[in-house]
Design a protein around this ligand. Sequence first.
Ligand code: 2NL
Length: 348
Amino acid sequence: MDPGDARSILEDERERGLALIAAATSLDDLERAKVALLGRKSPWSQVQRSLGRLDPDARRELGRLSNEVKATLEDAFDARREALEGSSEDALLEGDRVDVTLPGRRPRPGSLHPLTIVQSRIVDVFTRMGYRVAEGPEIEDEWHNFEALNIPPDHPARTMKDSLYVDVPGLLLRTETSAVQIRTMETQQPPVYVIVPGRVYRREAVDATHGSMFQQVEGLAVDEGISFADLKGTLEAFAHAMFGSDRRVRLNPDYFPFVEPGAQLAVSCFVCDGAGCRVCGNGWIELLGAGMVHPKVLENCGYDPERYTGFAFGLGIERVAMPLYGVNDLRLFYEGDVRFLEQFEGAP
Ligand code: 2NL
């Protein structure tokens, strides 16, 4: 290569290179410019390779120029890379920018589950009468769940068909919260006035009015001189507090092994006042089972049935909530559908 040509190529490349580097708008652009200017096939590399064939004076002079051009371009690359890196960071920051002046997105307020609302209303009615709240384990032994409640081993409620047993022999998911009242009586002397909310479990097919789990509130009063009239008066006061003071109540005979006598309490329908409608069917809403505590149950807990008497009752919260809110399918309470649940926002 002619030394004059080599010189002018190097000088051109310096100009072209500085312009190319300045025009690069991204780090990729810049990398491509570097290959074009100083890569193996670049004009600068061709001049570099031809230096060895020049005479010593020209080689020294052009060698110095070639190194100068390379150093100039590399400095320009480095400066441009720093500028581009800075601006890509700016772009990232810009993308993450938060406009603190925008109005906030208000989170949906949660609300109490309808069964929770009804449960606390029921419990409140009794705590205002002086009852204490008692709670206990959901996995029970056969003594507290059956034996102490006067449910003998051959009773149908005992079979696997109606109960859900766990893998430990003798333990099952409680079928009623009565076990908690048994535990209360075992550990304290009368007078006992307790209200017991909780989940109970049955081996039943799920349909509109039954589930394998339901929520119960049971009550127990044991003292000297408690009569069936106390049972009726207490439950009437409860019905009035839940459904309004115009309600009438009636007791029909019923059987539960842990009470004697046993009864079913119904309240006149608050929609049709006893005439019969969609909510109640025949004018009466069956609310709960109740009765005078069986003497054997008192005895099983170490109480003297000659001295103490008591009444007890048990209700499914769903049974109270359904007529109260006009819900006709129990499964709605357990599906977690927000369209159903949001209707109870702010419910009393
Ligand atoms: C119902 C009926 C009832 C009881 C529960 C009870 C508890 C003890 C002693 C005597 Cl420790 N009785 N509980 C009494 C009558 C009925 O429940 O249909 N529940 C959903």
